[in-house]
Design a binder for this molecule. Structure first.
Ligand code: ADP
Ligand code: MG
Length: 289
């Protein structure tokens, strides 16, 4: 892009809440033929609500939720915010806090080892009480996201949370497809929750239960196939994928890490900005001629 094209695009973009980091963004946006979406906080609102809490025998609801909420107070993940809001973070001092992107969080809360995260990660090497396994299965088949809570290495709780799809998501996907673009949903969440969102917004390629580096691998494969890939995401877990894509678009309410990794920042919550951002280069060219 010429400096003039960039200036014009930047001006137009700013009015639409679209911020370009440089001319590469403009050049890449012209060529994009594939758009990969993150799910939580990107296609969905990312304001999750707790739907149900199951606690196994020998544990109290308040202890499990209290410990989980106290630990999650230190995380900026959408699931964490829902859980942190469910109880006062007063289960004790948190030390040794570790957030593992795409998996969950762990740390010592009031002297006890607490872990909250994806069932696959928390249950690794542990026995899951049948009541919790059942609670997980029921919630996941309803398209909800489930996290397990473990205390001192014993899985003791299953928390189901639910999200809502952004009103602009279906229209955005429809428009991208009308423009001839291939669309994909790539998420760390469970397959049923991913499929539910994909059905609602009209995306037919879904890759679920993937870690951040597997999101990267999927994008690399698309590029090897000759696709020019835009990635739209909001979380720390999306940062590597945003960098790997030809064009990274970060949702402005996302994490600083995602914003730093992207080529384009979308300030608005409305996903139609994605279509506008991809059209910016084309529109600018016509304006200049
Ligand atoms: P997405 O691709 O939908 O943004 P992530 O890759 O961030 O999802 O996370 C994948 C899964 O890991 C989540 O569905 C959740 O089960 C778990 N997870 C990640 N971070 C956290 C956290 N802070 N607390 C609890 N669970 C988490
Ligand atoms: Mg996300």
């Amino acid at each position: 892009a010429t400096p003039t094209a960039l200036m014009v695009a930047s001006g137009r973009g700013a009015q639409l809440g679209i911020f370009l980091k440089g001319h590469q963004a403009l050049d890449a946006s012209r060529e994009v033929d594939t758009v990969v979406f993150d799910k939580t906080g990107t296609l969905t609102n990312g304001a999750l609500d707790i739907v149900s809490v199951a606690v196994t025998a020998g544990h109290s609801h308040d202890n499990v939720v209290g410990a989980a909420a106290t630990l999650e107070a230190a995380s900026e993940h959408a699931v964490a915010k829902a859980i942190a809001a469910a109880a006062d973070p007063d289960a004790g001092d948190v030390t040794d806090f570790v957030a593992e992107p795409g998996r969950g969080v762990r740390g010592v809360v009031g002297g006890r080892h607490v872990q909250v995260g994806s069932p696959r990660w928390v249950a690794r090497g542990a026995t899951v009480p049948t009541d919790l396994a059942r609670a997980r299965r029921d919630a996941e088949s309803a398209g909800q996201t489930v996290v397990y809570v473990a205390m001192d290495d014993a899985v003791c709780g299953a928390i189901a949370v639910a999200d809502t799809v952004k009103p602009s998501a279906a229209e955005t996907v429809r428009e991208l497809r009308r423009l001839g673009m291939r669309t994909l949903l790539v998420t760390g969440d469970n397959a049923a929750a991913a499929q539910k969102v994909a059905d609602e917004v009209g995306i037919d390629e879904v890759l679920a239960e993937v870690l951040p580096d597997e999101k990267v691998a999927r994008i690399e494969r698309l590029r090897e196939e000759g696709r020019v890939v835009a990635m739209v995401g909001d979380g720390i877990n999306d940062a590597p994928a945003l960098v790997t894509a030809d064009l990274g678009l970060a949702i402005g309410r996302g994490t600083d890490v995602a914003i730093a990794a992207a080529d384009i920042i979308l300030v608005r919550h409305d996903l139609r900005s994605v279509v506008e951002a991809l059209g910016l280069a084309r529109a600018t060219r016509q304006t200049i001629r």
